[in-house]
Design a protein around this ligand. Structure first.
Ligand code: ARG
Ligand code: ZN
Length: 875
């Protein structure tokens, strides 16, 4: 077999044939489902008269084929592993096909598959071709009519997109007919059949349309749908008030599925969710899970406009829908919860994980120009960096113009498959701003680094700020051009502690402004600056760049208490901690005694003394940079030194501020019944951060509070935190019984067992690898279930000290799992390899061990997914 070949954006050609209407009939059977398709096809006016019809199809057994009522003979068409080709077809015709597929053996979870006995589908990006022969590309849009035939006992519920127009029984089977009046690409097709129960609600749109809302789950999960339903209604209202967009069908359904490769999928009118992204209950889901569900429900709902009504011309444009929709869900969550905390959490994740991706061998632009396997491109760059790019656009032209541009985009491209130029073009039209340089954000990979230097001139009352940008080379892109970087900033007076008025070129920007860095180097001279300032740069993380400014610890401590921007106050704290951590890492490496920087202790004391009123922000400020984030700051990562330094710092803070942490814990303990409100979540976060510090020194008081919190069993947020702290402590005499109690209590609940796995394999003690191997044989584990793989194997690879064991056994374990999953579920296998692709960042012996495992994987007969990642990693 030859190596998989890339597809190029520059090769895009419009389709030769369009499908105007698609009729499908599914006769369900676990191993032999029959799919009949009647495709109403027209030659694209732009296509050559002689163009052959080429349809995509994979893993299909063709039963029969006909054209306008006449059966086709085998000499009339050619079937390959991936296509069906008919050389001569009329200008307009109906193609009738029947194929057989095997949902039971579909472990890749793409196309039609079975999960816990139910039938469900995942078609984005190219799964529809595993259901029937079809032009499987997003720029072919058709109306759909779908008949689902099933067994009334096994599959009492039969669902598809749109509205149910008919149902009935025939020969001991039953059927339902669904019609979707909105033309859609086939990646938005969905079908669900099984023994499901629903929760129902209603929503009236701003124009008065009555929409029935349904969440379909297995019966035992009916009590876990309330939060998703409430989130859905909030999201529907938010999209009306914020973007003027309302829902366009009479029915909106969500289905929870246990085996799912991603979070969820925005199929028209029938969103399919990973059960982890929809089910919540105070006893089983943490606050973070509640917030995640709210965000994902909103994300998928928002796709109804940004994705479905206006879709992507081709998969290179994926960020057109994903970046915009992530931006929309981020704003929704910010409006619904604590806005600064939402930003802090998004950015701290982004700077760790996306920056790492952008610096590694799989780095790619927000709009890639080639790919081998599109499922490998559902990445942090496409989603999260894409969202940062849209956020910059919004900040550059202002919300009013951005909203006008969005209106224009939704109107002009409604029912169309659009490109990123179309979107940015609408923003240009609406604002009158030229965005050609800005477009480089879509085509250049890599994280731009911005070096900043400031100088205060007492004599002239001027502050000169010099900014220099450079983007490091990334694979296949050596030359980088300067980007248009919006830098939001303030100058905080060192005497007054206040934001000073910014005057640039005689023009006043007020107390906060945005300067536009467009060249490789630019100096901005602020006039009439009355006192020496400390610059507060990149407020709110106004651009996805790595900013270097030579702040002193005194300046950072000053910003920590005086910056008017909540995000930058937090960031100043992170920078201050980082400087102290650097010293501790150096001390560890040099084998000298570690000494805690008292400035950090005093800064934390100030925070705990009630300096910050938003408890959710305070909890974030008291949290040290993660080991993964610290690692990102080092060229060659020293796993053990990072862990030792961070632990030393946590313990020093706990020793110095023990009484304050106890007081914080006690002041925030509450008996209120659980609610996922921002106030309660903030209080619990703060309390649990305090508990984590107390458990860092494992003294009697901390252990007592922790055990009591576990035993009280008030809600999963508190229980999980207490369990984690016990299991990650050195007190295995206390941890073992807690784990046992928890495991027995929740043995019946798959999503809770996922948490039970994760807690065990993230502990820092050195026996974890053996624990992973042991747990892989646990009856609750299954390598075929992506949530289980993520909870056990994925979580283990984030356990830095254990995954990066010097004997290479962590790498070996991962490679073994990847090799097995390569056959079962290539998408999950390819994702799981990520930590091994970062070998360049480690010392020579680890590099050799990691490359050795990559090479071992490469010797296997590989799926195109795994092939693409391994090939890049070893290039
Ligand atoms: N469009 C979905 C979402 O972001 C994700 C679909 C991912 N599909 C896949 N095969 N990776 O909401
Ligand atoms: Zn999405």
């Amino acid at each position: 077999m030859s190596d998989p070949q890339p597809v190029y954006l520059s090769d895009y050609q419009p389709p030769d044939y369009l499908v105007t209407h698609t009729e499908l009939t599914f006769d369900l059977d676990p191993t032999a489902t029959r799919v009949k398709a009647r495709l109403h096809i027209e030659r694209n006016p732009a296509a050559a008269l002689s163009a052959p019809l080429v349809l995509d199809g994979e893993n299909l057994t063709l039963v029969s084929l006909g054209l306008d009522g006449t059966a086709l003979e085998e000499r009339d068409y050619v079937v390959s592993d991936t296509t069906l080709r008919i050389e001569h077809v009329p200008e307009r015709f109906c193609l009738e096909s029947e194929v057989e597929i095997d949902p039971n053996s579909n472990t890749a979870l793409e196309g039609l598959y079975r999960s816990s006995g139910m039938y469900c589908t995942q078609c984005e990006a190219e799964g529809f071709r595993r259901i029937t022969y079809y032009p499987d590309r997003p720029d072919v849009m058709a109306t759909f009519k779908v008949t689902v035939i099933g067994d009334p006992a096994r599959e009492p519920v039969l669902l598809a997109n749109g509205n149910r127009v008919e149902q009935g029984e025939r020969d001991g089977r039953h059927f339902a007919v669904w019609e979707d009046p909105h033309p859609k690409p086939c990646y938005l097709f969905a079908l669900v059949a099984g023994d499901l129960c629903k929760t129902s609600d209603r929503f009236t749109t701003q124009s008065g349309r009555e929409v029935a809302l349904e969440i379909w789950v297995e019966e035992e999960n009916l009590d876990k749908t309330g939060h998703a339903m409430a989130s859905l209604k909030r999201a529907m209202a938010w999209d009306e008030t914020t973007y003027g967009r309302e829902y366009d069908l009479d029915l909106f359904m969500i289905v929870a599925v246990n085996d799912f490769n991603m979070g969820a999928m925005e199929n028209k009118g029938l969103n399919i969710f990973n059960s982890a992204a929809v089910l919540t209950h105070p006893d089983t889901a943490t606050d973070a899970a509640f917030q995640n569900v709210e965000g994902i429900v909103a994300h998928e709902y928002f796709h109804n406009w940004s994705g479905n009504r206006v879709t992507c011309r081709d998969w290179f444009q994926l960020s057109l829908k994903e970046g915009f929709t992530v931006f929309r869900d981020q704003c929704f969550s910010a409006d619904t919860n604590s806005a600064p905390v939402k930003r802090i959490q998004d950015v701290s994740f982004f700077r760790t994980a996306q920056f790492a991706e952008d610096a590694g061998p799989t780095a790619h632009p927000v709009r890639p120009d080639h790919y081998i396997e599109i499922t490998n491109f559902y990445t942090l760059t496409i989603y999260e960096k894409g969202a940062e790019v849209v956020r910059m656009l919004c900040n550059l032209i202002g919300w009013e113009a951005f909203r006008r541009g969005a209106d224009r985009y939704f109107e002009r491209f409604d029912g169309c498959a659009a490109t990123i130029e179309d979107f940015v073009g609408c923003m240009e039209d609406a604002s009158g701003e030229r965005l050609d340089q800005f477009m480089r954000w879509y085509s250049q990979a890599g994280t731009p680094e911005v070096d900043a230097f400031g100088e205060y001139d007492y004599v002239h009352g001027e502050y000169r700020l010099t900014l220099r940008q450079r983007t490091p080379a990334t694979p296949g892109q050596n030359e980088k051009l300067p980007l248009h970087v919006p830098v939001r900033l303030g100058l905080v007076g060192t005497k007054s502690g206040q934001d000073l008025t910014l005057t640039l070129d005689g023009e006043s920007l007020g107390k906060e402004g945005v300067i536009h860095l467009r060249q490789a180097e630019q100096t901005f001279v602020f006039e009439n600056v009355a006192e020496a300032p400390v610059p507060s740069l990149l407020r709110g993380f106004s651009a996805p760049v790595l900013l270097h400014y030579p702040y002193s610890r005194e300046e950072l401590a000053f910003l920590l208490t005086h910056d008017s921007d909540g995000f930058n106050r937090w960031d100043a704290g992170q920078r201050l901690s980082m400087l102290a951590l650097d010293d501790l890492i150096a001390a560890h490496r040099n084998g000298v005694e570690k000494v805690m920087d008292t400035r950090v202790v005093e800064a934390f004391r100030t925070l705990l003394d009630g300096e910050v009123s938003d408890k959710a922000v305070l909890a974030e400020m008291l949290t040290l940079p993660t080991e993964a984030y610290i690692a990102e700051q080092q060229r060659i990562v020293d796993v053990d030194a990072i862990h030792a330094a961070r632990e030393f710092m946590r313990q020093s803070l706990a020793v110095a501020l023990r009484d304050e942490f106890i007081a914080t814990y006690e002041a925030n303990a509450s008996d209120e019944p659980y609610a996922p409100t921002p106030e309660q979540i903030a209080t619990r976060s703060l309390k649990n951060v305090a508990l984590a510090y107390l458990m860092a020194i494992e003294d009697a008081k901390g252990l007592e509070l922790c055990q009591a919190q576990f035993a009280a069993g008030r809600n999963m947020t508190d229980v999980r935190q207490a369990l984690t702290l016990l299991v990650h402590s050195d007190r295995q005499d206390l941890a073992a019984p807690a784990l046992k109690t928890f495991g027995e209590k929740w043995a019946h609940d798959s999503l809770v067992m996922d948490q039970w796995f994760t807690v065990q394999v993230t502990r820092p003690q050195p026996d974890v690898l053996e624990r992973v191997e042991y747990l892989m044989d646990h009856p609750a584990f299954s390598i075929k279930n992506p949530n289980k793989v993520r909870a056990l194997i994925g979580a283990f690879t984030q356990n830095r000290v254990n995954f990066h064991r010097l004997d290479g056994q962590g790498y070996r374990l991962l490679a073994d799992v990847v090799i097995e999953l390569n056959r079962l579920n290539p998408e999950i296998a390819a994702r799981l390899i990520t930590p091994l692709t970062r070998w360049q960042r480690f010392d020579e012996s680890r590099q050799a061990l990691m490359r050795q495992e990559l090479a071992r994987i490469k010797k296997e007969p590989l799926s195109s997914n795994v092939y693409e990642v391994v090939e890049k990693a070893l290039a």
